[in-house]
Design a protein around this ligand. Sequence first.
Ligand SMILES: NC(=O)c1ccc[n+]([C@@H]2O[C@H](COP(=O)([O-])OP(=O)(O)OC[C@H]3O[C@@H](n4cnc5c(N)ncnc54)[C@H](O)[C@@H]3O)[C@@H](O)[C@H]2O)c1
Length: 324
Amino acid sequence: MRILVTGGAGFIGSEYVRRRWDSDPEARITVLDKLTYSGVEANLASVARQPGYTFVHGDICDPDVVDQVMAGQDAVVHFAAESHVDRSIDGADRFVRTNVMGTQVLLDAARRHRVGRFVHVSTDEVYGSIAEGSWTEERPLAPNSPYSASKAGSDLLALAHHRTHGLDVVVTRCTNNYGPYQFPEKVIPLFITRLLDGGTVPLYGDGRNMRDWLHVSDHCRAIDLVLHDGRAGEIYHIGGGTELTNHKLTALLLDAVGADWDRVAHVADRKGHDLRYSLDDSKIREELGYAPQVPFTEGLAATVAWYRAHRAWWEPLTERAALR
Ligand SMILES: NC(=O)c1ccc[n+]([C@@H]2O[C@H](COP(=O)([O-])OP(=O)(O)OC[C@H]3O[C@@H](n4cnc5c(N)ncnc54)[C@H](O)[C@@H]3O)[C@@H](O)[C@H]2O)c1
């Protein structure tokens, strides 16, 4: 299968690409990535010599580049995005440009080139916040941050291209991911790297915000199920099953590196901070047989061990992470 993977040098996209040839030795993957601050080409070093792998340094908002890379593809798996909520609060322009306009450019090209399937990778954050219970795929969107609003816009555009033009689009919405190669601005790698460096970690507000955690390899397995067997025009939730307050997560990370609560700095809450996200993922479990395989305690321990062992990967990125 010939697949265009956008954002393949990022955290989740690179996991997806690195594992491609395990299940399909004949895979032909083209990565299109702008290498923004969070894109790291070295994340793909292990597949750089793989026959069938091509890397294109380019912007999904550039119609000429997108047209060239789209030609001859069987499918698109679209990860490329501005992905950090805090940055979207500082300034939303890049989020609208890449997440909305860039998705539009890709959808147009996919339609022109009659691409067989377009998997649009999205997030639980498009629903806003839920105090109790879980959202199903029918829940109306009510995003609260500029990041989630731009993702919601791109989801709706993708689904509109299915309804209006018959493009074979499937949308996935996933909970919070963790694992190796995550850029050290997101909470888990930020906390691990700061603790390993002997510094303090910033805990927002009272720490009672809740997130549902999923190992990145489980997310990528679910995307593959959707790519091959998902129904066109449908949305599939991908849940983690490990719900934790940020306070509890902080306690686990402190414990994992042998640090105390005196390393935690309580900082003002994030503006508009959603209290809780929660997905009902029974549809993908029942229709496609999805189930997460990595238990959170094992996955978190392996992630801490990975950051301990890969200082050379993250040290140069911590400066980039601090720049806004
Ligand atoms: N991280 C999570 O917990 C999570 C959860 C659910 C959904 N998602 C979604 O998964 C996708 C990937 O997230 P991630 O955490 O890997 O993000 P990331 O920031 O690690 O990676 C994003 C990648 O996209 C590339 N990119 C950005 N703008 C681009 C552009 N204009 N053209 C081409 N490439 C561009 C970057 O260089 C980078 O390689 C996003 O769409 C995000 O919304 C993430």
